[in-house]
Ligand binder design. Structure first.
Ligand code: NAD
Length: 216
């Protein structure tokens, strides 16, 4: 399937559809209608149809989408042909938790190396992944053909670490450090910040309580 130009939000939703289809296999059976998939993902049926049409997949209005074929189309679109090698930089609490989470999770994305500056961690394995010194980053990234990295270092080290990663050929970064990374536009950066999300939840939870209590 030819990869068309598609927005980051659409790619995110396609990934959500795949997860919903895999988790809801028993619920959906062999076929699924756009409204069912939309309901499972808390989206509209029109949005689901638009996203699937954007990857060249259209369902039969009478019988819905064939789940097996849809999953295969999503895999063709979302997954790269070969396994992608990933590294984590910063094997503290969060880095180690992510390593444990990623262990044997996907054949398409594999965590193959970790880096740290802490001599007590260098040379050890975490969830079967060896931790190297950051000084070894260029050789290890090249040797293991790593082009995706997860940054879990303290905020004041993140920019420097990210620049080292980009200089060594990394083109995709999942950044957990609470800083805005300034990198060349060819590098794709996705930021995850639990504090921002939690503040948002707290804000809306509070607003909802106020509405319940009848105050503006
Ligand atoms: P931590 O102190 O336990 O771990 C940081 C690790 O980074 C340590 O092992 C340290 O030796 C290593 N390190 C420091 N400088 C480095 C460098 N230049 N190169 C390589 N390794 C280096 O901290 P943590 O609790 O695991 O948090 C890590 C980061 O993730 C922090 O920036 C924190 O704010 C952030 N964080 C984000 C979220 C989120 O939701 N995004 C949640 C928790 C923590």
């Amino acid at each position: 399937m030819k990869k068309r130009k598609i927005s980051t939000r659409s790619v995110e939703r396609l990934s959500i559809y795949r997860r919903a289809l895999m988790h809801g296999r028993h619920e959906f059976g062999s076929s699924v209608y756009s409204h069912q998939l939309a309901q499972a993902c808390q989206l509209t049926a029109a949005q689901v149809r638009r996203d699937l049409m954007a990857i060249g997949y259209s369902g039969n209005p009478n019988s819905g989408y064939d789940v097996k074929r849809l999953l295969s189309s999503l895999a063709t679109f979302l997954d790269s042909q070969e396994t992608r090698a990933v590294a984590i930089v910063g094997m503290g609490y969060l880095g180690r938790a992510i390593a444990a989470f990623l262990a044997n999770r996907s054949d398409k994305i594999r965590l193959v190396a970790a880096f740290d500056v802490d001599l007590d961690k260098i040379g050890l394995s975490f969830s079967d992944v060896r931790c190297y010194s950051v000084r070894q980053m260029p050789e290890v990234l090249a040797e293991k053909r790593i082009d995706i990295a997860i940054v879990t270092v303290p905020a004041d080290h993140a920019q420097h670490v990210a620049e080292q990663l980009v200089a060594a050929g990394v083109t995709g970064i999942l950044n957990f450090a609470p800083v805005v990374l300034r990198l060349p536009p060819r590098t794709y950066v996705e930021n995850i910040d639990m504090s921002v999300s939690l503040e948002k939840v707290a804000f809306f939870a509070c607003a909802s309580q106020r509405r319940k209590a009848g105050s503006p």
